[in-house]
Design a protein around this ligand. Structure first.
Ligand code: NOJ
Length: 591
């Protein structure tokens, strides 16, 4: 069954017709044609929007595929790998920023929101990528860096040029405390940057401080200024008109700060940069964030194709996360950092968190992920050093067999691992330079995609120095080698992605936890109409024998037919006697 999609793709030229044949939602094929309409679509939610059934794949463009031999990935490189993505079975790619940038925060410091950084190619390359992706029914989601710009952005250059410049108020400028004609005084308050040090930077020319939640080179925009809102909403229009399917909104909870500039409360201890720990009480999650999210939603909803909004907001609990959905008028997919950050194979903890998000009071769609470009890869965070391949497959089931919209990170389908620099001289990410050796930065999770066992793992031409070194593990863990091994992590992902697409219960079915007390096994049912799928994950290093009593669900004397199992299970299993090897995963049709 899981090969159907591949065979159809190979046998026929790609066209929208083919995409429809392979069972995708036909409504979804109308990806945003550029013209906006005056009618907001928020009120017209069909409940069957493409993003509800999609699997999103995050690409870090610098590291995916280099097409021109400069050691840095680019747009043409991504386009050349669309067949791979199609064959893998994902539905949308999220591109981390590809806009012109001095690169202090590797693209999250934007100097021009409506252009392509020449490192990655041209606008024509982008349009070509979107068109080619569309032929494969793959959508392109853009990164919307909303909280701050680069200090090289012309808006900021104007803003810092004089206190009376019309763009002065586009950023957050304040006087220092105790400033005199000869001294800059102290920063206006104790607010700290997420990347270390004070969040205030003195600017000698106009003798005021500006606020930056992140690096000094990333001044925060002033979202209380209507002109800022207008300019930033224009950015959304620009990319929607270039065929974007939606946006992943960066650092959204940091948009507003307390107008009274009250000091944040200190917490015990110090962080990796040596600063006192602090609670970002007055710089994070202010209620005004939701006004902006509603406005952003209004802008994108003027375009057809059910544009999606995803928020990056590491909400501390389900109550804060739930607020991101608004009343169906804010974000469709707030990333669930609670689940991403469990960081231990704990059946009780996953059970509790999945229950919470499943029953969120906004009835919002969950969005799951385990790895991204800011976080050590799941291989390292969940692997025990002994069963890592098996654990990687189990985590794939956890991600792809639960209800919601999963978000993968390039290379997780191979078992790519975090490979940190070993010397401070080799570090690229400034937080690694600043926090070394406690904080080695994020280079380790951004290494080149591993395509082949050959030179540079096929990421760039042989003999070229890739911008980050290819990890030694690429010799074994790469697309070419793993695609030839039916038992590889890569083939596990492919099978699961195919299963999710073809099995309605797995794709859309209600999720219900089966056993509330098992310390090792996280098990749940996915039910759609008469079809029931059981998913069982042994999160322990012991063999477990489990009796799944399904009587409470109206299911008696049931037999399980494995749809996916790792390690392999017999073709039929009685639900009252299921044997699960260490870190085993089972997905089975209940009959
Ligand atoms: C979150 C992004 O994911 C991260 O990479 C970046 O450094 C910060 N936001 C600042 O933009």
């Amino acid at each position: 069954m899981h090969w159907t999609r591949t065979l159809q793709r190979c046998a026929l030229p790609l066209s929208l017709g083919v995409a429809a044949l392979i069972g995708k939602n036909p409504a979804a094929l109308a990806q945003s044609d550029s013209a906006p309409s005056n009618q907001s679509a928020a009120s017209q939610s069909s409940g069957n929007e493409w993003w509800r059934h999609a699997v999103i794949y995050e690409i870090y463009p610098r590291s995916f595929q280099d097409s021109n031999g400069d050691g840095i990935g680019d747009l043409k490189g991504i386009t050349s790998r669309l067949d791979y993505l199609y064959d893998l079975g994902i539905d949308a790619i999220w591109l981390t920023p590809i806009y012109p940038s001095p690169g202090v925060d590797y693209g999250y410091d934007i100097s021009n929101y409506t252009a392509i950084d020449p490192i990655y190619g041209t606008m024509a390359d982008f349009d070509h990528l979107v068109a080619e992706a569309k032929k494969r029914n793959i959508r392109v989601i853009m990164d919307y860096v909303i909280n701050h710009t680069s200090d090289q952005n012309p808006w900021f250059i104007e803003s810092r040029s004089s206190r009376t410049n019309p763009k002065r108020d586009w950023y957050i400028w304040r006087d220092g405390k105790g400033e005199t004609a000869t001294s800059k005084g102290e920063p206006p308050n104790n607010w700290e940057s997420w990347f270390g040090g004070s969040a205030w930077q003195w600017d000698e020319k106009t003798r005021q401080y500006y606020y930056h939640y992140f690096y000094v080179q990333q001044p925060d925009l002033n979202w209380r200024n209507p002109e800022v809102r207008k300019a930033m909403y224009g950015v959304l229009d620009f990319w929607m008109q270039h065929g974007a399917a939606g946006f992943r909104i960066d650092a959204v909870s940091r948009l507003f700060e307390d107008p009274e500039l009250r000091n944040d409360p200190y917490l015990p201890g110090h962080n990796a940069y040596g600063d006192r720990n602090i609670e970002h009480k007055y710089t994070d999650n202010l209620p005004e964030v939701h006004d902006v999210l509603r406005e952003v939603r209004d802008v994108v909803d003027r375009y057809p194709g059910d544009p999606v909004l995803i928020t990056e907001a590491d909400e501390p609990n389900i109550t804060e996360l739930t607020k991101m959905y608004g009343h169906g008028d804010e974000v469709q997919l707030p990333m669930d950092f609670q689940i991403a950050d469990v960081n231990q194979l704990s059946a009780p903890r996953f059970r509790e968190l999945f229950k919470e998000i499943e029953s969120n009071s906004a009835n919002g769609q969950p969005e799951y992920f385990f790895s991204n470009h800011d976080q050590r890869r799941q291989w390292d965070r969940y692997g025990d050093g002994r069963h890592n391949d098996q654990i990687a497959k189990m985590m794939a089931v956890l991600e792809l067999a639960t209800r919601g919209t999963p978000q993968m990170y390039y290379g997780e389908e191979l078992g790519m691992r975090t490979t940190d620099p070993t010397r401070i001289e080799d570090v690229h990410d400034p937080i690694g330079k600043r926090g070394w050796p406690k904080e080695k930065g994020r280079d380790g999770e951004r290494t080149p995609m591993q395509w082949t066992p050959g030179p540079n793992a096929g990421f760039t031409s042989p003999g070229v120095k890739p911008w980050l070194p290819v990890p030694p593990s690429a010799r074994e863990y790469n697309v070419q080698t793993e695609s030839q091994n039916p038992d590889s992590i890569y083939n596990a992902y492919k099978r699961l992605l195919s299963l999710r697409r073809t099995n309605a219960a797995l794709r859309d079915g209600v999720q219900t936890t089966i056993d509330n007390n098992d310390p090792d096994v996280f098990a749940f049912l996915r039910r759609d109409g008469n079809s029931t799928v059981l998913v069982a994950l042994n999160m322990s290093a012991h063999n477990r024998q489990v009796n799944f009593d399904l009587a409470n669900f109206g299911i008696h004397d049931s037999t399980l037919h494995p749809l996916y199992s790792s390690p392999a299970q017999p073709p039929t299993i009685s639900s009252d006697h299921v044997v699960l090897a260490p870190f085993a995963a089972l997905v089975a049709q209940v009959q």
